[in-house]
Design a binder for this molecule. Structure first.
Ligand SMILES: Nc1ncnc2c1ncn2[C@@H]1O[C@H](COP(=O)(O)OP(=O)(O)OP(=O)(O)O)[C@@H](O)[C@H]1O
Length: 214
């Protein structure tokens, strides 16, 4: 269970208040008008935005004071997911090992992920030289390799055309099925993720969010 219990955070003049819970392996779509605090929620979960009160619990463990690294989250943003000056291969290596040095087994895992996301012919290229869609596939491969129990996605495909957005969502669902990942995905396009989502969290105002089944 991912539980956010009366979590209150402040950013400038904004006061955010979130209260929701979803079972493991859910797909929670977070939606609502621009500027209400959807990205701020992900930042609060990650520990980048400090909380004033409330709790974040994963599998009944309170994460509120856990370091960013100790939290169970992988993350995919709309952009800036990759080290653009490094090769695709190096970007993926850093997903497996902080030093980027890989054992034989890890090297195999890397190649398998690259094949799965159809980027095996891009491994030697500089990440910054790839198209937006290719970069998102590399970023997806990296979160796949990291294999975190909860994946936070902040409109990761919104700059792509509708066909690629659909592909991106398919990849995310595949990853969810295989790794039994819990997904929290910010989206402006609720209709596009409605089938994939099991739950919706909708912002009415910064401090009022409604949770309902998708
Ligand atoms: N560093 C900051 N200092 C003060 N206010 C901020 C800061 N960053 C964001 N905000 C404000 O906090 C509010 C919530 O921002 P956030 O990015 O979480 O909203 P959002 O719902 O994700 O918006 P969008 O859908 O446009 O991406 C916004 O009104 C934004 O202007």
């Amino acid at each position: 269970m991912l539980e956010v219990q009366d979590l209150v955070c402040r950013l400038g003049t904004h006061r955010f208040h979130w209260n929701f819970s979803v079972p493991e392996q859910s797909f929670l779509a977070v939606t609502g008008p621009s500027g209400l605090g959807k990205s701020s929620l992900l930042n609060a979960l990650l520990g980048f935005l400090p909380s004033e009160s409330g709790r974040i619990c994963w599998r009944q463990q309170d994460l509120s004071h856990a370091s960013v690294a100790a939290r169970p989250f992988g993350v995919l943003f709309q952009r800036d997911n990759l080290f653009e000056h490094l090769s695709v291969e190096k970007n993926l290596s850093l997903g497996l090992s902080p030093s980027g040095r890989l054992s034989g087994v890890m090297q195999e895992q890397l190649l398998e992920a690259a094949r799965r996301f159809q980027i095996d012919d891009l491994l030697k290229k500089r990440a910054g030289a790839l198209s937006g869609g290719q970069q998102q596939r590399v970023a997806l491969s990296r979160v796949f390799l990291q294999n975190r129990p909860v994946l936070l996605l902040d409109e990761p495909f919104s700059s792509l055309d509708p066909g690629l957005r659909r592909d991106g969502l398919d990849w995310v669902q595949e990853l969810q099925r295989e790794q039994k990942t819990t997904i929290v995905m910010v989206t402006h396009h609720l209709a596009e993720v409605r089938e994939a989502a099991s739950h919706v969290l909708e912002g009415v105002s910064s401090d009022q969010w409604t949770q309902y089944p998708a």
